[in-house]
Ligand binder design. Sequence first.
Ligand SMILES: *Cc1c(COP(=O)(O)O)cnc(C)c1O
Length: 742
Amino acid sequence: MPQSAAAGAPGVPSAPAAPPTIAPPAPPSPPLPERITRLVDLSQNLWWSWQLDARELFHRIDHRLWEATRHNAVEFLRQVDPERLAQRAKDAAFLERYDAVMRRFEELQERGDTWFADQSPELLKRSIAYFSAEFALHRSLPIYSGGLGVLAGDHCKEASDLGVPLVGVGLYYHGGYFDQLIGLDGWQRDSDDPIDPAVNPVARVNGPDGDPALVSVTIAGREVHIGAWRVMVGRVPVYLLDTDLDRNDPADRKLTARLYTSAAEWRLRQEWVLGVGGVRMLRALGINPEIWHANEGHAAFMHVERLRELLANGLTLPAARNQIRSSSVFTTHTPVAAGHDVFTTEQVEQVTGPFWNAMGITREQFMSLGNSGPNDQRFEMTVLSLRLAGRVNGVSARHQEESRRIWRWVWDNRPAEQIPIGHVTNGVHLGTWMARPIRELLAVALGADWESRTEPDRTAAAVRALDNDRLWAAHESLRYLLLHYIREEARHRWRDYWKEPAKLAAAGTLLSPNVLTLGFARRFATYKRADLLFRDPERLRRLLTDSRRPVQIIFAGKAHPADDPGKRVLQRIFTAAQDPSFEGRIAFLEDYEMHLAQRMVAGVDMWVNLPRVPLEACGTSGMKAALNGVPQLSTLDGWWAEGFTGENGWAIPLSGAEADAEQWDMEHLFRLLEQEVVPKFYDRIPGKVSAAWVQIMKSALAVSVERFTTRQMLQTYVTRYYVPAAAGDALPENSATVAQGD
Ligand SMILES: *Cc1c(COP(=O)(O)O)cnc(C)c1O
């Protein structure tokens, strides 16, 4: 392994003498009965959140409280009535379940019996560091904004399931992302959504002396101290960096407060904390990864810190770069320009300078690592990543093509087929996104342990053989559950803070349980075109209010606080949801997050996805829907360009270059809805299932379990990226060029 940093390799400090410790959580008071006291440990590892039997334990203790705490195990144990716990501790049936869950929980510690252990574990001796600016792990931990975070969270959960030795690194946004409140005028207002460590499985990481583990970085000439929190995601620890420490300057304490602030310089500072601070924190904890994976460009400064380590140990710049490149993986996630952070060299100098002195290189050499074009002296995080990570991928086949086109110049404008950007199509984590009734149907067909086996083709075959009536009944139960949830949420908001009755209609209380229900939920970025149907409001009205075959649509999603065009799209939809002429067939649900997403993707009849081609790199919400047998109607963008088979949903055909794409897509969207979707759904004997529709549901489900779960995704990363990198295999064709100073 010539390039990978083996133990004792240059620049890698040896592990500290004593291991770090994790501050124990404050135990619930009064304490739990001895017999079931390990529920506390269980609640401190998010593993429970994707185990049906573990969730069942909490449900059985007090199902009302379980709903009221929105499936938050830590908060649940803090609030539960001790009397109920005492009863369960004497309930034989409960204890049998409890023991079975705890046995499996203990087996988590053993790595011997996993998919990864069966591969070639000797090829990967140490861990894979996985850096991401956001992680969506549970709704109670508001450190994500959308798909990128969900993907990172799902990546960690799957790594745990497969036994892949991953370590996550992110930021502890103590101010959270934001809570969404929509005024009667439809304008989104943002309020804080701080992390509450008392109701989350987060624990401070302490050094050997029992004080918080600390590292520091220099930002704008001032030393900034960084502490860490740890979240356990099954076998995978995720370390979240935090600058909110007494010893820091008050301005620096807020550095990690909020996710994706719009001020460029603030983001630059955060990214410096994540990249440089993240490497230093891992070293301080005695964790020396073999592979370094950056999920999007936000974390690219980790390469710069690792360069500094190697240069400090006497390597030349080219030798150090080769070593970094051969051990680094970079996943790019969007062709949308706003998704790529670009800073001026003045900003970079102001925040990070003069780091190049510590590296022993010149300012020009440093800046050239990230300069964003032959005639553009700005500093771009994606470019930095492309130059310093030897293995680069987009997140769908289509996105690979887009990325090669966009980034060709980094490789001297070589032909696209020579650009070394591959792809690993995203997937979704089955245990997180497939709802219980569907999992139970498959357990009947495949045996109780089917989820832990890795046989996608067998699962797909079992899906195709499912009984139509049973699948339809499971689906309908999920639609009823969703509508019940929507009403309960509206009731609570009405009780707690809504003053205006008009909001009750917009919130979905007029939805009917037996009407064809479409779902559209994601971030309100304008390219996702939530408002495409509203380009022809009359035609939409006719579609929705047809007296024999009505249709209803549920929308949800947040616009970024600084995205006024996105907020205007949202406003338009919210206004329509309050408009009586739509007869209550449009709902807008406030505050989209994971928990609501789980209910929506499982409970609607069809999922709608309308990105402007080719701007959606992958898109994952349609995969989540498909995992519940909910087919998708989408433009042929992102994963749908490879996932649409003709039988598992509907596709808006690509428009020719000469067509007005907006008009074309809208026309085809209406046509598909009017002529295909509505008749297929309603052509049946009342009370009976439509055989044609259930066939589409099965195809959607079969294709997703076979090809679009994180299981396939992570196996691909391991076999095509992590293991070859660790084995020192040759890098894909040639390196990215650095413009100057090299
Ligand atoms: C899956 C998910 C997303 C991503 O949805 P896309 O359709 O891929 O944009 C965003 N937000 C939440 C809460 C999700 O669960």
